[in-house]
Design a protein around this ligand. Structure first.
Ligand SMILES: Cc1cc2nc3c(=O)[nH]c(=O)nc-3n(C[C@H](O)[C@H](O)[C@H](O)COP(=O)(O)OP(=O)(O)OC[C@H]3O[C@@H](n4cnc5c(N)ncnc54)[C@H](O)[C@@H]3O)c2cc1C
Length: 401
């Protein structure tokens, strides 16, 4: 049976980033990935200062920058109305005081190349099935090309997303809830108006975002749960007209949308897990704390988890201490911030993608207030960029009063 220092289930952004972190210290790492390979995504992904900082710790920021579009300003508009707020990320006191919109498959490729360069092993089309805890190792069972395979490892990590099978095998208490805000995602042609800024538009029951990516534009369109079939019944042309009505400068850039298959539909989940670690086993990223996408923080937090857990695992190897208390260091370091961001993302979603008149009014009021007060803007961006783990009571009141 092949044996490894660490086996990671899931070769998404979190699993690959952790693989890179551990391969940096020359650990023998195997990634089991259910997909047959990396296929081009139909969507974009916003990297924020906390995720960019994690990439810098992996010495991968310079390689990632050319794959994305740097954004310093996100302008929020009311649909058929005026500017609500222009959020200026350069206000942040952080070396990466900007957003970077990438296509997720391209980020995965950067991570995958680095992992392979450092002799990390990826088994594609390999589905994790279960594990058995032994005295000084973990036995891992997977299925690949119709056959069962087994390997052994000192530590097993589940980076296998919101429906994590590693989490299930750990038998930890988990609360799962479907987020009320579903989304359609797509990549279209470039839009001149988006060279300087990204834009988000909202009104009662509607929200859409338009973010530049190299050579194109990434669009996300909010759909309340259960409304997809109704939208499709009205036809693709009607939807394209709707997008153009929201942002008239789009004209001509959405010709590549020829069918609904050119878009991705997402019904995100919010996951709360009682414990992220067990003896020789840990979970990271969406497996531990999937959240509402309104703060665009999932991948950024996964990257931070990868660095934190990587440091903890390295500590275990260096001190030859694999006791159950060790991995708690990682959970203790990450739990407060992820819980804070999950809660704030829920709140934001309630105010910006909502069918409620009161919430919609309040959301616009908070945006206007934030847009006109630089101090408040810095507080808001510091939080949404993953640079803090709390608001003081005074700060919370300032957004409302
Ligand atoms: C619509 C949408 C938009 C988003 N936009 C943003 C954004 O702008 N910014 C941001 O930071 N986040 C965003 N997110 C969230 C972000 O995509 C996720 O939080 C992030 O991808 C989580 O990374 P992960 O590595 O933890 O899990 P995943 O990306 O889900 O990766 C899990 C991997 O595990 C593999 N796997 C699953 N089960 C098994 C198994 N049994 N055996 C082997 N492999 C397995 C899967 O194939 C997958 O490759 C968005 C999410 C959605 C849904």
């Amino acid at each position: 049976m092949q044996s490894y220092d660490v086996v990671i289930v899931g070769g998404g952004i979190g699993g690959l980033a952790l693989g890179c972190r551990l391969a940096n210290d020359k650990r023998a790492v195997l990634i089991l990935e259910a997909r047959p390979g990396i296929s081009p995504s139909h969507r974009g992904l916003t990297l924020q200062p906390n995720g960019l900082e994690a990439l810098q710790k992996l010495a991968l920021l310079e390689r990632t920058l050319p794959t994305g579009s740097k954004i310093h300003t996100v302008a929020w508009y009311e649909i058929n109305g005026g500017l609500l707020a222009s959020l200026d990320y350069s206000l942040l006191d952080h070396p990466q005081n900007y957003l970077l919109t990438v296509v997720p498959s391209e980020l995965e490729q950067v991570l995958r190349d680095e992992f392979s360069r450092k002799n990390g092993v990826v088994h594609e089309s390999a589905s994790f099935e279960g594990f058995k805890l032994c005295n000084d190792h973990v036995q891992v069972k997977s299925r690949r090309y119709g056959s069962t395979a087994e390997c052994s490892t000192k530590i097993l990590v589940g980076a296998d997303g919101a429906d994590s099978r590693v989490r299930t095998a750990l038998h930890v208490k988990t609360q799962t809830r479907e987020c009320p805000d579903h989304f359609l995602f797509m990549l279209v042609g470039p839009v001149d108006a988006l060279r300087q800024e990204a834009r988000q538009y909202l009104s009662l029951g509607k929200m859409a975002g338009f973010f530049p990516v190299p050579g194109g534009t990434y669009i996300f369109y909010y759909l309340p749960r259960g409304k997809l079939n109704g939208l499709k019944a009205e036809g693709l042309d009607s939807f394209k007209n709707e997008l153009q009505k929201i942002m008239p400068e789009l004209a001509g850039s959405i010709n590549n949308l020829q069918s609904w298959d050119d878009m991705t539909y997402a019904a995100p989940k919010r996951i709360k897990v009682q414990s992220w670690v067990g003896d020789r086993v840990a979970i990271i990223g969406d497996a531990a704390h999937a959240l509402d996408p309104s703060w665009a923080q999932g991948a950024n937090m996964t990257l931070q988890d990868a660095i934190s857990l990587g440091d903890t695992i390295e500590g275990s190897f260096q001190s030859d201490d694999f006791s159950s208390d060790r991995p708690k260091t990682y959970e203790n370091a990450r739990r407060k911030q992820t819980t804070f961001i999950q809660k704030q993302a829920d709140r934001s979603a309630r105010l910006t993608s909502t069918e409620s008149r009161f919430n919609s009014w309040l959301g616009k009021r908070v945006l206007r207030k934030t847009g006109t007060n630089r101090r408040l803007m810095r507080i808001a961006l510091n939080a949404s960029c993953g640079l803090t783990d709390h608001f003081t009571i005074g700060e919370q009141l300032r957004f409302l009063l």
